[in-house]
Design a protein around this ligand. Sequence first.
Ligand SMILES: *Cc1c(COP(=O)(O)O)cnc(C)c1O
Length: 381
Amino acid sequence: MAIYLDHAATTPLRPEVREAMLPYLDGVFGNPSSIHQYGREARNGLDRAREQVARAIGADPSRVYFTSGGTEADNLAIVGGATARLREGKNHVITTRIEHHAVLDACRHLERIGFDVTYLPVDRTGRVDPDELKRAVTDRTGLISVMYGNNETGTLQPVREIGEWARQRGILFHTDAVQALGMEELDVSGLPVDLLTVSGHKINGPKGAGALYIAPKAKIFPRAFGGQQERKIRPGTENVAGIVGFGKAAELATIEREEHRRHCLALRNTLLNELRRLNVPFVINGNPEHFLPHILNLGFPGADAETMLMNLDLEGVACSSGSACTSGTLQVSHVLDAMGVEEEILRSSLRFSFGYGNTEGQMKEAASLIARILQTVGQSG
Ligand SMILES: *Cc1c(COP(=O)(O)O)cnc(C)c1O
């Protein structure tokens, strides 16, 4: 039996989500913009999903803009947010070195078109120092983007402090909360954020559906043009079935958040305790206090991550090294690199991420497989 420990890359679709989507892949095929009955039925599906996603983040439904996923929502926030402020002379953006590439590459694009971007460092645990951020702000700073929780290490960022500070200065603040949704309490009614990214397939919804929350006072430019959909911020005929599935997944994630969180924390502890019991030498790459319970990044000194990954895969355990997008190439993780993780650990680190369907028994099995693989191929790197 295979053990899936890569929930930070993507998650399996929940049966309830599939059920909710099926009518929209079948009889309810209308275009939500159409006036007739077919269109209205599709529109109802979209409306319900918007309410479900809004409730999951404490927003008013009118502030939720559906996109094709987390990447597009991040792009929209960064490029749309920064360019909207250019006319006021704001041509400086601040982000961090540990963001998802959807944010980092969008920032690189901004640099190409004339913006200045500051990439803040992080400490050894992957956390940004808010004071460092405050020092980086100039009167040209129009946008700050700091992720809620990191997808490689699980480290949580001081978003509240940064957001409050940004708000006082009238700087747009974006946070990528893709990994935090369904795990942390996300409530934009009390959290000082202007733009917040979420995605469906990281919470047992379908791939290809996500959303950007845009606060009432935040103004951003669209990145695509051509229709009235999503109030012209994200035009194009909607992925109705995908969005409906995302809505259902968001609803379930909200109802079950506490339980899911406890479950992931227990899985994490079991894996760690088993590894200790088996005398496996490892280090945790992350913050001991501020972390997402479903993401555990471990370095196995002396081992080679790629070799371990392949051997674990042969034994039926799926995890990841570096970031999912770069697996297969021998590129080190930009996140661990930014944390100043030493070469030996950098090349021996694996990410285990837990979720729906994982059991304590699987953690014990995974731990003993790790121990065995380390004994056979272990200290060769
Ligand atoms: C997966 C992920 C994204 C990208 O979301 P997609 O829906 O896959 O485009 C963005 N940010 C973080 C933190 C992620 O984990």
